[in-house]
Ligand binder design. Structure first.
Ligand SMILES: Nc1ncnc2c1ncn2[C@@H]1O[C@H](COP(=O)(O)OP(=O)(O)OP(=O)(O)O)[C@@H](O)[C@H]1O
Length: 273
């Protein structure tokens, strides 16, 4: 910790607009993730949720608007700089190194925290060995926290889907983040796996005090976990507030639940059913 003032871990998204050649994926979107809270970003397919995540993590550039985390503007920073500020994300599709062991995947998550480069580790310098041992101990703790500790020596690609998803969360936690961006953490999971993941995320907030922004289609999970919800539709914010209130909002029911409950609903861009 430096002598400078400690900023709160508030994430403030203001008037965020992203355009792709003629298509406005985000149109003046704003919301705030309070420190230590779970905030859900929901909306039908194509509403702009992933685009928003990609701007927050530095993968996409904003056309205009601002994203501030703990007082620092993120929209001009490269992904590794944003990660260094303590913003970690998981992906909709699993992005683990399949051939590496679960443990080595978690060690990669700690890379920005390590002093020892590969050379000094390779030379087996004593301080590099001690640092490696310290990180491996922490990785084992994190693996236990998400319940994947008995899989640490297995190649990540051989693990069951639900375990891989939790391993991805563990890798994000291995970065010791202050803000977690979770992109559809229970997509494709069965009931038991969903419950486990939901419980781990709830503990990440309660025990680690993290702020969490979550994109998720599973409304049950959103209702259980989120302190606040922001709803997007066609790139615009159409509602925000406590989950119970948002769930009853007629605009949300029309735009989001309507589309989700109608299996014959057209893909977005063709209008509401
Ligand atoms: N790189 C890109 N280039 C062009 N258009 C894009 C790009 N990324 C997203 N879009 C478009 O932006 C709009 C918002 O897409 P986005 O993926 O952010 O929605 P989403 O809410 O995450 O949807 P889903 O729930 O299906 O993941 C869509 O019309 C999409 O086709």
């Amino acid at each position: 910790m430096t002598g400078t003032a400690v900023h709160s871990d508030e994430l403030v998204v203001s008037d965020l607009t992203v355009r792709f050649a003629g298509l406005t994926a985000l149109d003046g979107v704003g919301f705030t993730v309070a420190p230590g809270s779970v905030h859900a970003l929901i909306g039908p397919n194509g509403a702009g949720k992933s685009t928003c995540f990609n701007v927050l993590s530095g993968v996409y550039r904003a056309t205009s608007g601002s994203v501030r985390f703990g007082g620092t503007e993120l929209t001009t920073l490269a992904p590794h700089r944003i990660a260094a500020l303590g913003v970690a994300r998981t992906f909709q599709n699993i992005a683990l190194s399949r051939h590496l062991t679960a443990e080595d995947n978690l060690m990669l998550g700690r890379h920005r925290l390590t002093r020892a480069g590969f050379a000094s580790a390779g030379l087996r310098l004593p301080w590099a060995r001690r640092e490696d041992a310290r990180h491996r101990a922490r990785v084992r703790d994190i693996a236990a926290f998400v319940g994947v500790e008995r899989h640490l020596s297995a190649p990540a690609g051989t693990l069951p889907y639900g375990v891989q998803k939790r391993l991805e969360l563990a890798r994000a936690l291995a970065m010791e983040p202050r803000l977690l961006l979770l992109d559809e953490p229970v997509a494709g999971m069965n009931g038991g796996e969903r419950r486990r993941m939901t419980e781990v995320i709830a503990r990440a907030r309660a025990d680690l005090g993290l702020s969490i922004l979550i994109v998720e289609h599973d409304m049950g999970m959103v209702m259980r976990l989120a302190d606040e919800v922001t709803v997007l539709d066609f790139g615009r914010r159409i509602a925000s507030g406590e989950p119970e209130r948002v769930q009853r909002d007629p605009a949300v029911i029309r735009a989001y639940l309507g589309a989700a409950h109608d299996p014959a609903a057209p893909s977005r861009g063709e209008g509401n059913p």
